[in-house]
Design a protein around this ligand. Structure first.
Ligand code: ATP
Length: 371
């Protein structure tokens, strides 16, 4: 399996630059997931790696070789699309074997490869069916099987599970993870789905407006987002943001006022408190509320809506003075799981801090906060 290297890659459609100076190294066997808002350039980047879209600037290398002028079929990559793009009049076996036929491979070898892959993907009993006789999940497995038989150096997936229902997505997600482990293949995967990104990726690449905002392991992206955009984009439900005023800095501590809190100022440990501007943003994930040991100021909220998911609830306080809040609450019915005003404990040690322009402020490892 091969590495993929992007050096200063850019793409323009006319005057519109949709990908700008992207630098990325994907290691052999790594599973890298591209995420970002619609239109940020994820698919374009994938298509440039594949060779379906010419690059406007920079360099794409696969397995250490520059790809300029190399057609898609010669790049050693296989792409799986959201629309499975199967040939409707060919059987599953013929669909899977087609690219091998085009390569001029002998029938015996083609049959052997298709049989082996059909076994892995549990498609053996479906080999003689037409695509219209398959379920969505089965069709997607055929599309993936068609990629695997080619034994590519690199797999490129463009939202391959988006057309499946929720249950099948979960099942196929697990199958893809197993497949990655079994093949040890280099995989680059585009998705809108946070869970797919968090669970499948060795590394996640977060894009915005054609630029990489952050690259990191799922836990780096989730626990240490570089800026407010990444913090707000990754996580479902999303992080809540509160405007805060810096009242005092003391050594490595900063004391903050946040509208709607009661019981004193909020104390956070940060690396360089002296560099903070007077106005900052505090970010709280839904799980940062209701700590086991209540500590620090509580937040007065007015819960307008409760989403009950069985095991847990999400409380929405959209009209809160400090901003819109989404709060996770354990599933058992408690006084907080109802609509109306409530005072909620917050685990401030977990809070993220951002400057007014959105850059993350380095927090010091959580220390015992004041009670
Ligand atoms: P989505 O998540 O909605 O699929 P994406 O992040 O994959 O979005 P791209 O499909 O890569 O985004 O598109 C990036 C930008 O390039 C978009 O603004 C899109 O409108 C534009 N674009 C894509 N293809 C073309 C084209 N052939 N001509 C002009 N603009 C294009």
């Amino acid at each position: 399996m091969a590495s993929v290297e992007l050096q200063n890659v850019s793409k323009r459609f006319g005057d519109f630059e949709v990908v700008r100076d992207v630098d990325l190294s994907v290691r052999h066997g790594e599973f890298v997931v591209f995420v970002g808002p619609s239109g940020c350039g994820k698919s374009t980047l994938l298509r440039m790696i594949c060779g379906l879209e010419p690059i406007s600037g920079g360099k794409v290398m696969i397995g250490g070789k520059p790809m300029r002028g190399v057609p898609p079929a010669k790049r050693g990559v296989a792409m799986v699309f959201q629309s499975y793009a199967l040939y409707p009049h060919k059987t599953v076996a013929q669909n899977m074997a087609f690219s091998l036929l085009m390569q001029g491979m002998a029938k015996a070898e083609r049959d052997k490869r298709v049989a082996a892959v059909a076994e892995t993907l549990q498609l053996k009993h479906l080999l003689n069916r037409l695509p219209k006789e398959l379920s969505g999940g089965q069709r997607q497995r055929v599309a993936i099987g068609r990629a695997i038989v080619r034994q590519p150096e690199v797999f490129l997936f463009d939202e391959p599970l988006s057309n499946l229902d929720a249950e099948l997505r979960v099942q196929m997600r697990l199958e893809l993870a197993k497949l990655h482990r079994a093949l040890g293949a280099t995989m680059i995967y585009v998705t809108h789905d946070q869970t797919e990104a968090m669970t499948l990726a060795d590394r996640i690449v977060v894009l915005r407006d054609g630029v990489i905002e952050q690259t990191g392991t799922p836990s780096e992206i989730y626990d240490a987002p570089k800026n407010r955009f990444v913090a707000g984009f990754m996580g479902s439900p999303k992080m809540s943001f509160l405007e805060a005023t810096v009242r005092e800095t003391n050594g490595k501590k900063v004391l903050l006022d946040i509208a709607g809190t009661s019981g004193g100022r909020i104390e956070l440990d940060v690396e360089e408190p002296a560099r903070l501007s007077p106005q900052v943003i505090v970010g709280l994930r839904p799980e940062h509320f209701f700590p086991r040991v209540p500590m620090g100021p509580r937040l007065a909220v007015d819960i307008e809506f409760v989403e009950r998911l069985g095991g847990e609830n999400y409380l929405h306080a959209p009209g809160h003075a400090a901003g819109e809040l989404v709060i996770r609450h354990a599933g058992d019915e408690g006084p907080a799981a109802v609509r109306g005003p409530a005072e909620i404990a917050v685990d401030w040690t977990k809070a993220h801090l951002f400057t007014a322009d959105g850059s993350a402020v380095a927090r010091r490892p959580a220390q015992q906060p004041r009670q």
